[in-house]
Design a binder for this molecule. Structure first.
Ligand SMILES: *Cc1c(COP(=O)(O)O)cnc(C)c1O
Length: 502
């Protein structure tokens, strides 16, 4: 299978090259030239396999320049007992006869980014050796919290790679900071930047786009890369768990063969829900894809009106991983539902860049509305949903997952569609302890408590054990103490890589 740019049919490459490059040279995103499909019998057969074997079946359809053994090796390094707290990797929790949560947060950092970032480093190093790259790869990340830690865990001790994470010293929670500064591994570095997330991100971007600096690195046998969510190597692993969830429902006789399900995804950059759309395209019986947003409801408006308008106030919410105004992966969906119309894609993306807005044609709008249903909710409703789900169903969910549940309830209210539904649960409630405790109890409970006391309170209240990776944090040694000003970030990289500049 070959890959092409969403913006230019003539840019064609293998999966290894696509994963190595991350983004297409013309600014487009790499997409498969055609979607592979699974027959009904193939989907039924998945029910008999474990998560890793299911993963191999899906990945080999896309990574045709990898051998089955290579894929299996990557899968087994990513999804195993040392990294995940459950043998099922992505288990399903049955809330009632209609609603199931797909728990995507049993990995090392307790959020769904692990599902992709545990395997990406292995796909990347295989891609490098396949394409004859002999340099050491340096992954640079600017993080507002979750992605940085997930990338550190994914790349730690992966041969042929180094990872450097910059975080804003005042822009991450105490737990997130502790997770990063206690990071172990022989190829990892973490530095705090004085400033906010924008300063940090701009600093990393400046390093990435500095051609002279890239030349210097090349001389020293280093090459920069990113663990960005537009990389095909981060998207393709996300398709697996939708097939796996369906296979589990079949296996547990919750559904009959060929029965359709709905999928709800709390959405930010449109990566996770795009993976569900791809699963549907590949033959997974999905009826509606339900796109849930928080107060940053640019996608709700887009799906309902066909107008994408990023010119709006950015809101800081209690579901921060969904606080996004430009959902990059939407470009891949539009490519698919316009029948691969690259010229149109170029036009819309240019409009977005120049005017902050574009409007899609009526046929495309219709197509999108057949596939998707969209809604959003604010923080108050998010908290209400956390409380109600705990009271009515004795199940505690995090703020992102609660946005999904709230929007699902709106969907049922409006459509009365009783199709069995999977809600993607994207983070452990322990990852957002303060918000979850506020929702379940009250804000006063937070007063004067350390983060670790709060974890215990939540554990008692929910009857669920605190994930080990979080409860053990206060015993871990602090290994990273670099502090820098935003102008000094390049110097920090030099020091870490032991590059002396005259
Ligand atoms: C990243 C993230 C999301 C959003 O996923 P996208 O693929 O960007 O749409 C939702 N919830 C959590 C907890 C996340 O970390």
């Amino acid at each position: 299978m070959q890959y092409q740019s969403t913006r230019d049919k003539s840019i064609v490459t293998t999966s290894a090259e696509a994963i190595k490059m991350g983004i297409s040279p013309d600014g487009g995103l790499f997409v498969p030239q055609e979607m592979p499909a699974l027959s009904h019998d193939q989907i039924l057969a998945l029910a008999e396999l474990n998560y890793n074997a299911r993963a191999v079946e899906i990945l080999k359809l896309f990574l045709t320049d990898f051998t089955s053994d290579e894929i299996k090796e990557c899968v087994d390094k990513a999804y195993n007992k040392e990294k995940f707290e459950t043998e099922n990797i992505a288990p399903i929790y049955k809330l009632n006869n209609e609603v199931y949560f797909l728990e995507l947060w049993h990995g090392p950092t307790c959020a769904f980014k692990d599902m992709a970032l545990q395997i990406l480093p292995h796909l990347l190093t295989k891609s490098l050796s396949k394409t004859g790259e002999d340099k050491e790869i340096v992954i640079l990340v600017a993080t507002s919290g979750d992605t940085g830690k997930a990338a550190l865990e994914g790349f730690k001790n992966v041969e042929g790679t180094r990872i450097i994470v910059f975080y804003p010293d005042k822009g991450v929670s105490e737990i997130q900071k502790l997770q990063m500064i206690t990071q172990e591994g022989n190829n990892v570095a973490v530095a705090a930047v004085e400033g906010n997330f924008d300063d940090t991100q701009n600093g990393v971007k400046a390093i990435f786009t500095d051609e002279a600096y890239k030349g210097l690195l090349k001389e020293k046998n280093y090459k920069f890369s990113s663990a960005n969510s537009i990389n095909w190597g981060r998207l393709v692993p996300q398709i697996i768990y939708y097939f796996s969830a369906y296979a589990d429902l079949l296996k547990n006789e919750e559904i009959t063969p060929e029965e359709k399900i709905n999928v709800v995804v709390p959405t930010g950059n449109f990566g996770n829900i795009l993976a569900a759309y791809y699963a549907k395209e590949m033959g997974l019986p999905i009826h509606k894809l339900i796109c849930a947003s928080n107060a940053n409801n640019v996608l709700t408006e887009f799906i309902n009106t066909g107008v994408y308008n990023r010119k709006r106030a950015f809101m800081t919410t209690t579901s921060p991983s969904m606080d996004i105004l430009i959902s990059s992966n939407l470009e891949r969906l539009l490519f698919s539902i316009t029948g691969q119309d690259c010229a149109r894609l170029r036009h819309w993306m240019q409009e977005l860049k120049d005017n902050g807005r574009y409007e899609i044609a009526d046929v495309t709008k219709q197509k999108m509305k057949e596939l998707f249903w969209a809604g959003y909710c604010d923080d108050e409703e998010t908290f209400k949903t956390i409380k109600e789900t705990a009271q009515n169903d004795s199940y505690v969910i995090d703020t992102h997952t609660a946005v999904g549940k709230n929007v699902y309830d709106q969907y049922v209210q409006e459509t009365d569609d009783r199709t069995k539904t999977i809600i993607a649960s994207t983070a452990s409630p322990f990852k957002f302890t303060q918000s979850v405790i506020t929702a379940l109890m009250s804000e006063e409970v937070l007063q004067g408590k350390t983060e670790f006391e709060l974890l215990e309170i939540l554990s008692e209240k929910s009857g669920v054990r605190t994930p080990k990776s979080l409860s053990e944090l206060d015993e871990k040694a602090i290994l990273h103490t670099i502090q820098c000003h935003k102008e000094q970030m390049k110097q920090v990289v030099n020091n870490i890589l032991d590059i002396s500049v005259k």
